[in-house]
Ligand binder design. Structure first.
Ligand code: NAI
Length: 342
């Protein structure tokens, strides 16, 4: 994705000094429906970095909803963690007041660094929030589980294309990041007979996957260059850059992390290296599909049926890439942009 060829509908710098809130809300597009996308809270090196994160993530959400066939647009909120900010309840209620002013043009939810409790604080001020206590996505961590399921189905579709069989049996998958999604992905892969090599900065999470799914632990600084069939990034975005792509030792990259390509040209670099890339926003759409089901009054079964369509969506991306001789990352963008009329 090239952010600069995009236009954004709204970029809001929200400051509430009384509670120490500094936040950015980016609404990329509401063309196909209200903008959906979670609220992230983290420390940023600079305000520019936070803006860049919000813009890139909001655009990714537009593309993700479009290719997933759900009637929503894309947006994202980021809260900048900084010393001296007020209690969480005050921060999230202040954000909720802003969402209420936006009257549903942007609907938020949980993301990195935010919790169900935070969404409950927002809910005190506005209905335009998902992932609150008791909601479809929040119960049994369905959002993360369905995200992992979609990534798993994406991995199977990619294996079929590369090796001719849609099976993970005896395939080696290197999973980077064993949090909510990474752990569930390991569960699906383990039960499908895959061999797992795993890494996380948190040793407790590593031990859990070693114990539960016979994961073979590796250091975080080597997991990307381990020989494997599939490398699955499930931690941070921006990890596929010149250096890391040249060190990859896999046939497929398919994972949950958002915005895996440091720059859009890294999609072409993977292609040139003969590595099949399953575009992140195509296969990690399980979470947003659950959110869409929740907003439309659907249940877990409806959400799962819709997540199962990810496999077909990815196969369409592969077909377009073949037909036009494009890297898969470019083919996915093309499909999304056609749907959006960009
Ligand atoms: P999480 O915060 O539960 O897990 C992330 C894990 O990555 C943590 O265990 C953390 O210790 C680990 N980690 C951080 N830096 C690392 C490094 N350098 N090397 C190895 N491990 C590292 O987050 P979650 O929910 O599992 O999400 C994972 C990724 O998937 C994120 O990029 C997120 O944006 C993306 N995603 C998540 C969705 C969801 O439903 N939770 C939906 C779509 C995308």
């Amino acid at each position: 994705m090239d952010m600069w060829k995009q236009s954004y509908e709204q970029l809001i710098f929200l400051q509430d000094r009384s509670v120490g809130l500094k936040a950015i809300i980016a609404v990329h597009s509401t063309k196909l429906g209200p903008a959906l996308g979670g609220c992230r809270m983290r420390h940023y090196g600079s305000d520019e970095e936070a803006v860049d994160d919000a813009l890139r993530l909001a655009q990714g959400m537009t593309y993700k909803s479009a290719v997933s066939g759900i009637p929503y647009g894309g947006g994202k909120a980021v809260i900048l963690s900084h010393p001296g900010q007020g209690p969480r309840e005050a921060l999230f209620q202040a954000l909720g007041r802003q969402l209420q002013k936006m009257q549903g043009g942007y609907i938020t939810g949980m993301d990195l660094g935010t919790s169900v409790a935070d969404m409950d604080w927002i809910r005190l001020q506005t209905p335009y929030v998902t992932d609150t206590s008791g909601s479809l996505g929040a119960v049994n961590d369905l959002t993360a589980t369905m995200t992992a399921y979609g990534v798993y189905l994406g991995i199977l579709a990619a294996l079929k294309r590369v090796f001719g069989t849609e099976s993970a049996e005896h395939r080696t998958v290197a999973v980077q990041g064993l949090g909510k999604v990474g752990y569930q992905l390991c569960r699906y892969l383990y039960h499908a007979g895959a061999k797992l090599i795993v890494a996380d900065v948190d040793p407790v999470r590593v031990q859990k996957v070693v114990r539960d799914f016979r994961g073979i632990p590796k250091r975080t600084d080597v997991i990307m260059s381990e020989p494997c069939d599939v490398f699955s990034p499930c931690a941070l975005g921006g990890i596929l850059d010149d250096q890391s792509v040249s060190g990859l030792n896999c046939r497929i990259v398919a994972g949950a992390a958002n915005n895996q390509l440091a720059e859009s040209r890294h999609g072409a670099l993977l292609h040139d290296k003969g590595i099949l890339y399953a575009p992140d926003y195509v296969i990690n759409a399980g979470g947003i599909i659950v959110t869409a089901a929740e907003l439309n009054g659907g249940d877990a079964a409806v959400a799962q049926q819709n997540v199962e369509k990810i496999s077909g969506t990815l196969k369409d991306v592969f077909k377009t890439a073949d037909a036009k001789g494009l890297p898969t990352a470019v083919a996915a963008d093309l499909i999304a942009e056609e749907l959006l009329g960009i």
